[in-house]
Design a protein around this ligand. Structure first.
Ligand SMILES: [Zn+2]
Length: 383
């Protein structure tokens, strides 16, 4: 099937305006396996869109040669609401101006709706259950009548993703190395191959799945939630759903975009979406570590921020990561407050130097293997 490009109109919120989602399909609708890739839910995070910019011509060519065996759906920029949020020469795409919510929260947990539709018919045949659940999830979405643009965006995006075998949601951080958020149940397996193929410098898993309703969270957790609800039925983890953090916000260039696209393409070959040989799996850069072992550095006071350690560095417990400087304090070094790591691990994300900071602001994240007492009960990510 030739590549197709389609547009889904969203309901207008104000007279004279109207936005839409543009998506691309490669391969035949309904073919298996199915992969769904999107970028820029946080609309000002464009490194993923750059990777897809380079990936799509590769898929066009593969499609032309008849190499696409499954179905691949690509949404280069999923959030036209956030794309339009320009204020005083700044693009602010993380929070919705109307309801102020984080665009990557409050996605739809369909497990209840699916249970109501097919719960009594789930049995011991895993393949039958997967087909029943996917059909019921699509039907539940089709029955929804969203009234706002953002609600419609969520329903329409999930209509494209919910029956996929692979869901990749492409984000980025402020200043970071390439890292990955997954569910424990996908590791090692498919998630380990993904981490190796894309070159993740850190992989963090939610155990068993993210409680927060992020996009990749709800797509993957549908299966685990239903398996928990119907323990007698055979319900496999039928969707590998991951959030890929493509480094920092300014890491948008052709060299990175092209290599990220090549890596995604190879992963799609490895998973059987595209005919061909993926070759040997690249060396895994880092073992997955638990979200409960992720040290998050919080700012204790207002001031200006300077780091001692570059992104991607291995750090030790007790090591000073950064300092907050009170610019009104004349005592030189005594005006500086050090913030130290509470674990051994990889400093995979931080802010740029020279930022204004304030009490409670997140300054950095470190992927550590040991569960941390102060992180107990924490789940999800602030992605
Ligand atoms: Zn994001």
């Amino acid at each position: 099937m030739p590549h197709s490009k389609r547009r889904i109109p969203l309901p207008a919120m104000t007279p004279g305006t109207g936005r839409s989602i543009v998506y691309h399909r490669f391969g035949r609708a309904g073919a298996r396996p199915k992969a769904y890739l999107q970028a820029s839910i946080h609309a000002n995070e464009l490194p993923g869109a750059m990777a897809l910019h380079h990936l799509m011509p590769m898929l066009v060519e593969a499609d032309r040669r008849g190499r696409i065996k499954g179905e691949i759906v690509i949404v280069p920029t999923i959030n036209p609401i956030g794309q339009s949020q320009l204020v005083g020469s700044n693009h602010l795409g993380r929070y919705d101006f109307l309801g102020r919510e984080n665009f990557n929260r409050n996605w739809l947990d369909l497990s209840g709706a699916v249970a109501d539709r097919v719960g009594t018919r789930l049995g011991r045949n895993a393949g039958d259950n997967v087909a029943l659940i996917r059909k019921a999830a699509v039907a539940a979405l089709a029955a929804m009548r969203p009234t706002t643009e953002l609600q419609a965006l969520r329903v329409e995006a999930m209509k494209l993703s919910v029956d996929a075998d692979i869901v990749l949601d492409l984000h980025c951080d402020l200043e970071a190395v390439l890292h990955l958020f997954i569910s424990r149940q996908d590791w090692p397996g498919a998630a380990q191959a993904l981490a190796a193929d894309i070159g993740a410098a850190a992989t963090l898993y939610n155990d068993p799945f993210p409680e927060t309703l992020t996009f990749s969270g709800v797509n993957g957790a549908l299966w685990a939630r239903l398996a928990g609800r119907f323990p007698a039925a055979q319900i496999p983890q039928a969707c590998l759903s991951a959030t890929i953090e493509y480094r920092g916000q300014h890491d948008v260039n052709h060299a990175l975009g092209a290599s990220d696209a090549r890596n995604l393409f190879r992963f799609l070959v490895r998973r059987g979406l595209i005919a061909g040989r993926a070759g040997a799996l690249p060396r895994l850069k880092a073992e997955a570590t638990p979200i409960g072992g992720m040290d998050v550095g919080y700012c204790p006071k207002p001031g200006m921020l300077v780091y001692h350690v570059p992104k991607g560095a291995r750090v030790r417990k007790g090591q000073a990561i950064c300092e907050v400087i009170d610019p009104g304090d004349a005592r030189g070094p005594k005006a500086r407050t050090q913030i130290t790591s509470r674990t051994d691990g990889i400093l995979f994300s931080r802010k740029p130097d020279g930022r204004l900071t304030w009490p409670g602001a997140v300054l950095y994240r470190i992927a550590g293997a040991k569960l941390l007492a102060h992180r107990k009960g924490m789940s999800g990510v602030d992605d």
